[in-house]
Structures are given as structure tokens and as C-alpha cells.
Design a protein around this ligand. Structure first.
Ligand code: GLU
Length: 294
């Protein structure tokens, strides 16, 4: 097998808190799968949210992964060093007429949608953007962002009319992963329109998670995206952006989330499930694997 044929996996944490058992599951699953198929494992630090990302959390990520026995290719890609790549993608979407500038505040959106129980919501439960700024005269994205005070939104109706029909992805629910035969994968129909006019560049950051993740997965040659099931629905949107930007489609595996004793989702804000807290209590990496069933 040449280096080019190797499957490429990635673990992509955001350094805005300490890693917990859920992250350990994702990271170890990526590591194990990459090893199992003779593939590569990349690490991506998703730190575009410069207001929340902190150097000590990033340092702790390297530390916790090494403690777990995970080996990844150096250097890690830090998204905050690649805003130029995201703006190239945004300009491309803009040239195709799919972006518009939006200066609405949260309160403007709330005013238009609150008190309307039937107002459509996106898969995360947020009200869909009411389209207030869609009809305003268009300004080029670069100009609008440079002027400040605006976000860039995707005109979902236009974008999905062009590329939203028949959009699918391959979801692998069983292990080991295999894209040679389709016996283990399922074809999932994408429905990006459910997200409405999503923000692709924020007022405070000239990119959003959705644009950064599709650009980076493509630039890094990622073939297998293994991540938590909380991102399953976002994959519809990622597939739409991949088609609009002419980027390859990776295979996906959305794994179950690790729950606490009360069957609730683990949160970075709960220090007790942080890997470093467990380590301080005397847990070993083998204890972690046992707890998460790997
Ligand atoms: N950075 C995201 C997180 O920490 C993961 C993104 C992804 O795997 O696509 O939840």
C-alpha cells in the first residue's frame, strides 16, 4: 500500500475545555480504526472560536492523548492558522451567488421568531433564520466582512436548488469500516434545507465550524470522519458544502455518545469526567477503555 492509498482518520477537538470520556471514546475509536486498516491518524485543533479557545486546553489535549497511548501525525493542524483557506472557500461560494451579509442581532432574530410555536427549527432546535437580510442589496463577501459587523449566511434555497437534490452520504455503523463493499455501510439521504440560511462566517470570526470542517477534511485528505452522533444531522450541511465547493465526500461513522450515570451527555463544564481528573484519581488508560467499552 502506498502512502496515497492509506485511509486517513482525524480527531478534531476544540480547545475550550478539558477532554472527557466522550472525547476519549472518539479519539481511541479513530486511533484503533486507523491502526486496524493500516491508515493514518491526524489531529486537528478546532480553535477558530478564538474567544473560547485557550492555550492551556490545547496543551492538555496533547497531554491527555499521549496518556491514552494515542499516536498521531505531527504537527497538528490548528484552524486559527488557516483562516485564509476558509476565506478562499467563502469567496468561491460568494462568486456563485450563495452568500449574503447579515447584520441581525440575536435579539432581532428572537423578535421575528419568538412566540410563534410553529416556527421551523433546525436539527439543533434553534429557530431557522427568518431571512430578514436575504433581500438586501448584495455586497461582495470580502467587502462585507472587511466593513465589519456582519455575518455571512448561505442562501439555502438557492444552494439546495442547485445541489441539494439526491444528496447522500455513506454512513458506517458497524466495525470494521470498509468502503470496498457496501455490506457495512448505509446510504443516508441528506436534507440540508432543514438548517436554513446557516452562518458560514461569524461577526467575530471570519469562518464558522461548518465551512472550516469541510475545507479542512478535504485539504487534509480525510477519507473517514469518525465523530459523535451529535454531528450526524450536520453532515447534511457538510455534504451540501462539499458539492458546492467540489470537494470529495469522505465516509462517515457517527458513534454513540458516552453518557454519565444519570444517562446525560457529558459536558466539558463538568470537571469530574475530565480525563485529567480521572487520571488524578488513579484511573489508568485501561480503566478508561473498560469504562467506554473499547
Ligand atoms: N470540534 C468538534 C467538537 O469538538 C468536532 C468536529 C468534528 O469532528 O467534525 O465537537
Amino acid at each position: 500500500m502506498t502512502a496515497e492509498d492509506k485511509r486517513i482518520f482525524r480527531f478534531a477537538p476544540s480547545p475550550n475545555g478539558y477532554l472527557h470520556l466522550g472525547h476519549a471514546y472518539s479519539a481511541l475509536l479513530n486511533f484503533d480504526l486507523a491502526r486496524q486498516v493500516g491508515g493514518r491518524l491526524l489531529l486537528r485543533i478546532e480553535d477558530i472560536d478564538t474567544g473560547r479557545a485557550r492555550p492551556e486546553f490545547e496543551a492538555a489535549i496533547y497531554d491527555d492523548l499521549a496518556w491514552l497511548g494515542i499516536d498521531w501525525e505531527r504537527p497538528a493542524r490548528r484552524q486559527s492558522e488557516h483562516f485564509g483557506d476558509y476565506s478562499v472557500a467563502l469567496e468561491r461560494l460568494d462568486e456563485m451567488g450563495f452568500l449574503y451579509a447579515c447584520d441581525c442581532r440575536r435579539s432581532d432574530i428572537a423578535r421575528a421568531t419568538d412566540g410563534k410555536p410553529d416556527w421551523p427549527r433546525d436539527p439543533d432546535g434553534s429557530p431557522l433564520y427568518p431571512g430578514t437580510c436575504r433581500a438586501k442589496p448584495r455586497r461582495p463577501a470580502r467587502e462585507a466582512l472587511a466593513a465589519g459587523g456582519v455575518a455571512l449566511r448561505l442562501d439555502m434555497r438557492k444552494a439546495s436548488a442547485l445541489a441539494g437534490q439526491g444528496l447522500t452520504w455513506q454512513e458506517f455503523g458497524a466495525l470494521p469500516l470498509s468502503s470496498n463493499g457496501d455490506e457495512l455501510g448505509a446510504t443516508i439521504g441528506a436534507d440540508p434545507a432543514r438548517w436554513g440560511d446557516v452562518v458560514l462566517a461569524r461577526k467575530d470570526t471570519p469562518a464558522s465550524y461548518h465551512i472550516a470542517v469541510v475545507v479542512d477534511d478535504a485539504l487534509q485528505g480525510v477519507t473517514d470522519v469518525v465523530r459523535g452522533s451529535d454531528l450526524f444531522e450536520a453532515t447534511s450541511l457538510h455534504r451540501l458544502l462539499q458539492v458546492l465547493l467540489d470537494l470529495p465526500a469522505p465516509d462517515y461513522l457517527h458513534h454513540d455518545l458516552i453518557l454519565d450515570e444519570k444517562s446525560e451527555k457529558l459536558a466539558k463544564s463538568v470537571a469530574s469526567t475530565a480525563l485529567r481528573a480521572l487520571r488524578a484519581e488513579g484511573w489508568t488508560p485501561a480503566d478508561v477503555r473498560r469504562r467506554i467499552g473499547l
